[in-house]
Structure formats: structure tokens, C-alpha cells
Design a protein around this ligand. Structure first.
Ligand SMILES: Cc1ncc(C[n+]2csc(CCOP(=O)(O)OP(=O)(O)O)c2C)c(N)n1
Length: 331
């Protein structure tokens, strides 16, 4: 697509901070889900933080993203408010959707976050529509569709590859190849390589190590520059791994069954994107371990404040249900 855009040390530290925010928010959600304190399901993004952060670091507030059911990382990476996200997941009226959407629907239009989505593949057409709007309005925004390797088997993916290429839309597809579709290893339900589907539509593609935030940042910088300059869509496949279960209560679904080996998870833990970035920064002399520890402690405080805010907030207003479900017309 275009040449390299290496991040500065300052940018690398900011990537570390944003990835740490996602990780600590989710570690806390994990603990609260296990303790039965959260209403509804949570799908955690632990291990995939480099993808959302590496891509969104190249975006502006005015750019659009669509997300998935595993959407906390995208929301925070794009600048969503941690307190408002936490309160939403807790089902509180101070949440970003007034507690009506929960984990799978965190959205903030003021930050260009068109929403997490409980419909697998639901983000493709929304992002394509946003990119069509950008194109018709003639501004220099871009739209990014984050999606999973499972979603790539939905038919709408082909439709959106086709029209975005045909109409040269400013759209970047970001496939997060985390190796699983719920409890099914992707390789057992996917023919060929997902990236070849985009290539067939003459869309420029790059496959990157999704646990290396610098690699993702560079690929995203090229893809976003390409799309923003009116050359049409671009495609990134980020190879990563889902460390947590499909959702936090997956043991109830599995009823003793298993779909992967513990050893495999442990091997991927060694490629933890946050630890890798920390090692890189320290080995390059870009910062010291104690500086990184300082960032982590600061973020732990942000997470604590978000939880306190959510806990202290009032539950969602049941009356609002009619308004948001029936667009003002009560049955
Ligand atoms: C249209 C639709 N079909 C099925 C489901 C059930 N479902 C929820 S998540 C999921 C797997 C998605 O896998 P992938 O797109 O790879 O995302 P990941 O969970 O790995 O992040 C499925 C089949 C759904 N939510 N929506």
C-alpha cells in the first residue's frame, strides 16, 4: 500500500498505556463476572489488545469503527470513556447507552464508535454504509470494520468486499484471526485463506502478527492512509489468539467438553502483546521498567474509579425500555 510509518517512543508509550487500560478493565470484568456481579454475558478481548490499539492509534475521532460482540477493546482503543463503559456493562443508567445495551452494544457516536454488535458479521454492512456516506459527502474520513475469523464466513462479508472495491470506498477491513468461532477451531470450518477472499476483489491486503502492536500499527497506518487518500478499501488480517473462553461462563455451555488444549493457550500466553511491547521498550532504552510500572499503577486507579462509579450508579430505568424499543410509540 504505502511506505512504513514507525511509531515514535512517545506513541509507543501511549500504545502501552491504552493496551494496559483494556487489559486491566477486562481483568476486573473477569473477576466480577466470576463473582456473579455482572448482568449478562461478557466476551473478553484479553490477548488481542494490540489489534484494536494498533489500528485505532491511526484514527481520528471523526473516523468510524464498527465492532463485534467482543467489543470492549475497540471501544476503549477508539477513545471511549472507561467509566461510561463500565457502568453500561453493569446495567446502570450512567452507562454509555443508559444501561440498555450492556457489554455487546457499547457505542459512542461522538467518538466515531458505531457500536459493538451481538450479530456476528453485523458490523460489515454498517461500516460499508458509513464509508459510502463518507464517499458521497466527499470528506476525508475513513471507516474500519473489525471482525472475527468466524464472521468472515458470513455471506455479507463478500457483499461488502464487492461493493467497497467496486465503489472505491474509504473502508479498512480488520480481521482478527483469533483461531476460534465460539467453541469451534476456525480451521475446521473455513476453506482456504480468508485474506484471499479480499484479494479476489483486488483489495490490497496485509497479514500481520496481531500480537505485535508495532506491526499492527504500521500495517494500519498504510491501510488507513490508502483508504483516506481515496484509493479504495484495504484489508488487514491480524493473527492473534483468544486467551479467555468465548464468554466468561463458557464452562456451563461446555458441560465438561473441551475444544482446545491448555498447552496451546500457555504457548500463546508467551506471546502476550503487552509484555512484548514492554520488553521492546525497555530493551530499546525507550523507558525503564519502573516507568512502565508507573503507567500500570495509574491505569489501575482509572479502573478502580470506573468500578466505583458503576457500583454507585442507579440501575437502568425500566421506563426507558419502551422509548428505546418502540421509538416513542408505546404499545
Ligand atoms: C448471526 C449470528 N450467528 C451466530 C451467532 C452466535 N455466535 C456468537 S459469537 C460467534 C462466533 C464468532 O466468532 P468470530 O467472528 O471469530 O469472533 P470471536 O468470538 O472469535 O471474537 C457465534 C457463532 C450470532 N451471535 N450471530
Amino acid at each position: 500500500m504505502t511506505d512504513q510509518h514507525e511509531p515514535s517512543n512517545e506513541q509507543l508509550l501511549s500504545l502501552f498505556e491504552r493496551m494496559t487500560l483494556i487489559r486491566l478493565m477486562e481483568e476486573r470484568l473477569r473477576a466480577d463476572a466470576a463473582a456473579g456481579r455482572l448482568p449478562g454475558a461478557v466476551h473478553l478481548y484479553i490477548g488481542q489488545e494490540a489489534v484494536a490499539v494498533g489500528v485505532c492509534a491511526n484514527l481520528r475521532d471523526t473516523d468510524w469503527i464498527t465492532s463485534t460482540h467482543r467489543g470492549h477493546g475497540h471501544f476503549l482503543a477508539k477513545g471511549g470513556d472507561p467509566k461510561a463503559m463500565m457502568a453500561e456493562i453493569w446495567g446502570k443508567r450512567t452507562g454509555i447507552c443508559k444501561g440498555m445495551g450492556g457489554s455487546m452494544h457499547v457505542a459512542d457516536l461522538s467518538k466515531g464508535i458505531l457500536g459493538a454488535n451481538g450479530i456476528v458479521g453485523g458490523g460489515f454492512a454498517i461500516a460499508t454504509g458509513a464509508a459510502l456516506a463518507i464517499s458521497l459527502l466527499g470528506n476525508d474520513r475513513v471507516a474500519v470494520a473489525f471482525f472475527g475469523d468466524g464472521a468472515a464466513n458470513q455471506g455479507v462479508f463478500m457483499e461488502c468486499l464487492n461493493v467497497s472495491s467496486l465503489w472505491q470506498l474509504p473502508l479498512v477491513f480488520v480481521c482478527e484471526y483469533n483461531h476460534f468461532c465460539e467453541f469451534t477451531p476456525t480451521a475446521t470450518v473455513t476453506s482456504g485463506d480468508i485474506v484471499d477472499r479480499a484479494r479476489a476483489f483486488k483489495i490490497p491486503c496485509e497479514v500481520v502478527d496481531g500480537n505485535n502492536v508495532v506491526a499492527v500499527f504500521n500495517a494500519a497506518a498504510s491501510a488507513i492512509t490508502w483508504a483516506r487518500s481515496g484509493k479504495g478499501p484495504a484489508f488487514i488480517e491480524a493473527r492473534t489468539y483468544r486467551i479467555q473462553g468465548h464468554l466468561e461462563s463458557e464452562d456451563l455451555f461446555l458441560a465438561g467438553g473441551k475444544y482446545r488444549e491448555k498447552q496451546e493457550v500457555e504457548e500463546w500466553r508467551k506471546l502476550d502483546p503487552i509484555a512484548r511491547l514492554a520488553n521492546f521498550l525497555v530493551s530499546q532504552g525507550a523507558c525503564t521498567t519502573s516507568q512502565l510500572d508507573g503507567i500500570t499503577s495509574k491505569i489501575a486507579g482509572v479502573v478502580e474509579d470506573a468500578v466505583k462509579f458503576a457500583e454507585a450508579s442507579e440501575p437502568a430505568d425500566p421506563e426507558l425500555t419502551f422509548e428505546v424499543m418502540f421509538a416513542g410509540q408505546r404499545p
